[in-house]
Design a protein around this ligand. Structure first.
Ligand SMILES: [Zn+2]
Ligand SMILES: [Zn+2]
Ligand SMILES: [Zn+2]
Length: 361
């Protein structure tokens, strides 16, 4: 179904996301087959692809969100989708090579819960103590003693009590080091111990998992293909607005059942009267009877006019089924071969209705 946010389609998504979006494998498998067409039919996805096609966006870069998560605010804004849904859509589109992805950054994640916010502690690699002292060190080359600068008073080595002569001759400065207060060892590079903020899982840097975060661009090779899927309903919106109706595309509407549906286009008069619902479903071959759910969705919302457009058309079986609903007075079922004709077809169907509506001066 192109209209529910509950559909999760990416094969990559068979894992538990940090927001707690657990997926069962069956959900993924069921939707896998038709998922791609469903994605392209989503009006929010169409809005995103349109923005790529007309050049209003060229690259989607990840931005660190408030909870440390990488988000794509530009895509969220265009599609009106949640952070998680946005990410899934981008992944699904890149899996189908509609979008090309590139590594933008690599972030460390908790190997247990995938959180990427941590408290990082430095620990002694010898005894695991966190009691480390930092300072500038001196090494007395004659006896091999290493100590903090402040312990070498008047150039006397605290170990062998000999006076040191010159830097580079009988002593050197190895630089900043840590001294473990517990085991007294000097440490050049302490180990890094991470504790994730979410679940307080503790792990060392070398046990961490890194996660690639991507930026997305439109695959130029798919422009022709996308052009066959995305439609421009702006002429319809403009025509409806010119008649004083308010119109938006896409539109989320809560039905009588309480379920929220997305329609390709929604228009209404001033006080919510004269509701027009339009849904367009695109496919690469005639659409079968699975599209019947579109009717039930439309019937869940009170409307004066419901228009359903199927591109490139319906299968014989689906047509027979839909004929039953064609007779409903406020329902129009249209088969349209070419996506470029959609606007005109819808305008033709709506014309009597729009003409009847008083024009606002
Ligand atoms: Zn964790
Ligand atoms: Zn010494
Ligand atoms: Zn130690």
């Amino acid at each position: 179904m192109p209209f529910t946010d509950k559909l999760l389609f990416s094969k990559k998504n068979i894992y538990t996301t940090r927001e707690g979006g657990e997926l069962s494998n069956t959900e993924v498998l069921e939707s896998e087959k038709t998922s791609f067409i469903n994605i392209l039919n989503r009006s929010d996805v169409q809005a995103l692809l349109k923005a790529f096609m007309n050049g209003s966006i060229s690259v989607l870069k990840p931005v660190m969100g408030q909870n440390g998560d990488f988000t794509y605010p530009e895509a969220e804004k265009i599609m009106g989708t949640s952070t998680r849904m946005t990410r899934e859509i981008l992944e699904a589109l890149s899996e189908e090579e509609i979008l090309t992805y590139e590594v933008f950054t690599v972030s460390i994640i908790c190997p247990y819960c995938s959180d990427n916010r941590f408290v990082v502690e430095l620990v002694c690699p010898h005894c695991d103590s966190t009691r480390l002292k930092i300072g500038i060190t001196i090494e007395h080359l004659e006896c091999g003693y290493i100590g903090f600068e402040e312990d070498f008073r008047e150039m006397i080595c605290p170990k062998c009590r000999k006076r040191m002569r010159a830097l580079g001759i009988d002593y050197r400065k190895p630089g900043v080091m840590y001294k473990c207060i517990s085991c007294k060892e000097f440490v050049g590079e302490p180990r890094k111990k991470y504790a994730c903020l979410k679940e307080k899982h503790v792990f060392y840097e070398n046990d961490s998992v890194s996660k690639e975060v991507y930026s997305y661009t439109l695959n130029p090779k798919k422009k022709d293909f996308i052009g066959k899927w995305i439609m421009d309903l702006n002429p319809v919106v403009e025509a409806l607005k010119a008649r004083g109706l308010s119109a938006r595309t896409p539109a989320k509407i809560r039905g009588k059942s309480g379920v929220e549906h997305t329609f390709t286009l929604f228009a209404s008069g001033d006080n919510g009267s004269d509701i027009i619902l339009i849904d367009v479903l695109v496919n690469d071959r005639p659409i079968d009877d699975s599209a019947l759910s579109l009717i039930f969705k439309a019937l869940d919302v009170d409307a004066s006019k419901r228009v359903m457009v199927f591109i490139p058309g319906l299968t014989e079986k689906a047509r027979t089924l839909f004929d039953y609903y064609r007779v409903l007075p406020n329902m129009r079922i249209i088969e349209c071969k070419n996506i470029n004709d959609v606007s005109n077809m819808i305008l033709n169907v709506l014309n009597p209705f729009v003409e009847a509506h008083p024009r606002i001066k």
